[in-house]
Design a protein around this ligand. Structure first.
Ligand SMILES: *Cc1c(COP(=O)(O)O)cnc(C)c1O
Length: 361
């Protein structure tokens, strides 16, 4: 069996270092907002090449807190992709604003920059885009739109740690880069964790306050905040794994190369273009008989996933926000996409096997 993911195996190379780090934190007697968190925040911001980083409790919190810091008016509309994980849309709703969906480009699966302007109204205040599957969006066009219409830009980088567009890294284009360290992400913790990167010192101070009850000085609450602190134990683990993130990315890129070279043309593979340096959080293909293909692979001992089976606008809990709206490109992707094994835990032989079985479909 080649599972889609095997987190135990993925983390095995780090077990010893994790145990040492855990012991150190355990014995320190200091578990929340201490030196492990500061050390990780500094190292992660350096990695992203962003001036500031703040550790948070999750990727969703990072998105919500970024929106809160910007202090948008109550009726603000925020542009989000129609093809994304639900968290991007939920963050806008949880922050109290209106999500406005824009269809993806079928070649990149990311928000189609050429379709953004037609959705901009006088209430539009921000664009919150997702670098889906580990491919950065078309940032030159999007930055120009933000500048022209004076919109804030927030990047959902939950799947794009280290990904680049024209040499520039995800999380450095907008006001904020929001990261998740959910265990399956390219930089994964052993529980929930997230972070924001940012350029602006005032934003940095505000995020640090908001994550801790809106308090910069103990028991002084200057803002309506959250409890969204990254804990010392997870920060310790993340600092260790961060040192291996480039190796993790290179491994995934090498596995992707095998798919690009080996898979027959029946499968629609991700677009490759010299402007984009993808980190392949997910390697997807598309096929009209996706469900049959998934079942066939399972019968041949190969685990796959679908990212994602139902687009946000068709999710039961979200119907009221998108009544009468249709997003056929997002729907097409959701009906045909299949994610293939591409973990740090997989070997090149695993992927050769997947390719061999797939090419017999
Ligand atoms: C994982 C993910 C999130 C949410 O991160 P959590 O840490 O699970 O809250 C947000 N957006 C995208 C695109 C994701 O893949």
């Amino acid at each position: 069996m080649i599972p889609y993911e095997d987190l135990g195996k993925l983390n095995q190379p780090f077990f010893e270092a994790y145990q040492e780090s855990f012991k150190k934190t355990l014995e320190s007697g200091w578990y929340i907002l201490g030196k492990e968190v500061v050390e990780f925040e500094t190292a992660f911001a350096d990695y992203v090449k962003s001036p500031y980083g703040v550790g948070l409790a999750s990727g969703l919190d990072a998105l919500v807190i970024a929106l809160k810091v910007l202090e948008l008016p109550q009726n603000a509309e925020v542009i989000v992709p129609s093809n994304t994980y639900i968290a991007t849309v939920l963050a806008v709703i949880n922050a109290g604003f209106k999500p406005v969906l824009v269809e993806p480009n079928l070649a990149t699966y990311n928000i189609d920059a050429d379709l953004i302007e037609e959705k901009i109204t006088s209430n539009t205040k921000a664009i919150m885009l997702t670098h889906l599957y580990g491919k950065v969006c078309e940032m030159d066009k999007i930055e120009a739109i933000c500048k022209k219409h004076q919109l804030f830009l927030i990047e959902d980088c939950a799947q794009a740690h280290g990904a680049k567009f024209k040499g520039q890294q995800a999380g450095t284009f907008g006001e904020f880069g929001a990261f998740s360290f959910y265990p399956t992400k390219n930089l994964g913790a052993l529980g929930d964790a997230g972070a924001l990167t940012m350029k602006n010192e005032a934003h940095f101070k505000k995020v640090k306050s908001l994550r801790n009850y809106g308090s910069a000085i103990k028991y002084h609450n200057d803002d309506i905040g959250f409890n969204s602190r990254l804990d010392e134990v997870q920060a310790g683990f993340l600092s260790i794994k961060l040192k291996h993130l480039d190796a993790i990315t290179l491994h995934k890129q090498a596995l992707a190369k095998l798919y690009f070279e080996g898979l027959k043309e029946d499968f629609i593979k991700p677009q490759q273009h010299p402007d984009y340096e993808d980190v392949f959080h997910i390697f997807n293909i598309r096929h009209p008989k996706r469900d049959q293909l998934k079942q066939y692979l399972l019968e041949n001992g190969i685990g796959t996933e679908i990212h994602y089976p139902i687009p946000p606008h068709q999710q039961k809990g979200y119907l009221e926000f998108f009544q009468g709206e249709s997003y056929p490109i997002a729907e097409e992707i959701h009906q045909t996409t299949l994610s293939l094994p591409i973990s740090f835990a997989h070997t090149e032989q695993d992927i050769e096997k997947v390719i061999e079985v797939m090419n017999r479909f």
